[in-house]
Design a binder for this molecule. Structure first.
Ligand SMILES: Cc1cc2nc3c(=O)[nH]c(=O)nc-3n(C[C@H](O)[C@H](O)[C@H](O)COP(=O)(O)OP(=O)(O)OC[C@H]3O[C@@H](n4cnc5c(N)ncnc54)[C@H](O)[C@@H]3O)c2cc1C
Length: 319
């Protein structure tokens, strides 16, 4: 493990100025970054602490019923936050993260920006993100990998909260010394299967200062499930989030199946929103949702899991 300096900033501006220095990286709870430094796929000369910065540490309900969640808020706090009681899908996704210790350490920003948990990537073997030519998982061990491949990397993104945030149409507020930009959560992961340095579009000096939830998803029917190999402390084989918004429209997303959170085709969501579905039509919709899955030899089981999860989500939120 290489040495690095630790900077505890006095303010958000101080943190952003420190991150503008080459070699600096933000650190939330450190549960992923410190492992990455040990594994050799992150080599900061300085880490900049975000957790104690007031703007990043609060959850605020807005006048219109939307919610702003600071990027440094802990996953364990989110799982129980009263401000999120109208967004049970997000609280459930946070409750599903890893173990109590990981939820106590991890922050929302760190969870969204965490690296893939693929063993080839983590052990720096046969992975293009470490200078290799392709993805060793394709001809190797890929039972936990993606079934919707959109690029060279076949790892499945590990974040549970990202899947819930996708159906909540969350927007991510990103800041650096150059200014602030707002990203749809989907855009945060654009190119995740091709990017080498990170699975997000964030530059090294950019910080997720907050995630914004739209009031239009408040209190509507919501669905969350996470299918795992073990009963606890496990990554999703497949997870599924669903929401019916106040305008009646529906969002369905899956985790554990792609390089980022994966959204169901809009036509499937529209048909679920139209309601009046019987068993047969729900089955057909779930099959349509996965029509372009390209599983590898050892993970076709995930297609069946994904369809079953979508069927259950559709039943919860259809009517
Ligand atoms: C054994 C194990 C099991 C796990 N299981 C799950 C699981 O089931 N579900 C799940 O969702 N996760 C799971 N995780 C991931 C775990 O929840 C993450 O490690 C954690 O959420 C990361 O949060 P952190 O604050 O500790 O991030 P850090 O380790 O501090 O940072 C992670 C990355 O994000 C960057 N970063 C940190 N904060 C910000 C910010 N505000 N803005 C921009 N970049 C930032 C860092 O530079 C680093 O690159 C698991 C991890 C382990 C080790």
């Amino acid at each position: 493990m290489t040495g690095f300096a630790y900077h505890r900033p006095s303010s958000l501006d101080d943190a952003l100025a420190a991150l503008a220095e080459p070699g600096s990286l933000p650190i939330g709870g450190g549960s992923d970054l410190l492992a990455g430094i040990e594994e050799g796929h992150a080599a900061p000369t300085r880490v900049v602490e975000l957790e104690r910065i007031p703007e990043l540490a609060t959850i605020t309900t807005q006048a219109d019923g939307g919610v702003r969640i600071g990027g440094g808020v802990g996953i364990a706090l989110l799982a129980e936050a009263p401000e999120l009681s109208a967004f049970p899908v997000l609280r459930a996704a946070c409750t599903a993260v890893g173990s109590p210790a990981l939820r106590a350490m991890g922050t929302l920003g760190g969870n969204l920006a965490q690296r893939q948990r693929c063993w080839y990537f983590r052990s720096r073997v046969g992975c293009f993100k470490h200078g290799g030519t392709g993805c060793a998982a394709v001809d190797g061990e890929h039972v936990y990998h993606a079934i919707f491949a959109s690029g060279t990397c076949h790892a499945a993104h590990p974040s549970d909260p990202a899947v819930a945030l996708l159906v909540l149409d969350a927007r991510v507020e990103v800041r650096s010394v150059r200014g602030t930009r707002m990203l749809d959560i989907e855009a945060l992961y654009e190119g995740a299967a091709e990017n080498v340095r990170s699975e997000t579009v964030l530059a090294g000096d950019e910080v997720i200062v907050a995630v914004h939830l739209d009031a239009a998803a408040r209190d509507g029917a919501q669905h969350w499930e996470k299918l795992t190999q073990r009963g606890a402390f496990d990554l999703a084989l497949v997870s599924c989030a669903g929401v019916r918004r106040t305008d009646g429209s529906v969002r369905i997303a899956l985790g554990g199946v792609a390089a980022g959170p994966w959204r169901a085709p809009h036509s499937v969501e529209e048909d679920i929103a139209s309601g009046g579905l019987d068993e047969e039509s729900i089955e057909a919709l779930a099959a349509r949702a996965t029509y372009d899955a390209t599983p590898l030899a050892g993970n076709a089981y995930k297609v069946q899991m994904a369809e079953a999860a979508i069927r259950r989500a559709a039943k919860t939120i259809a009517n």
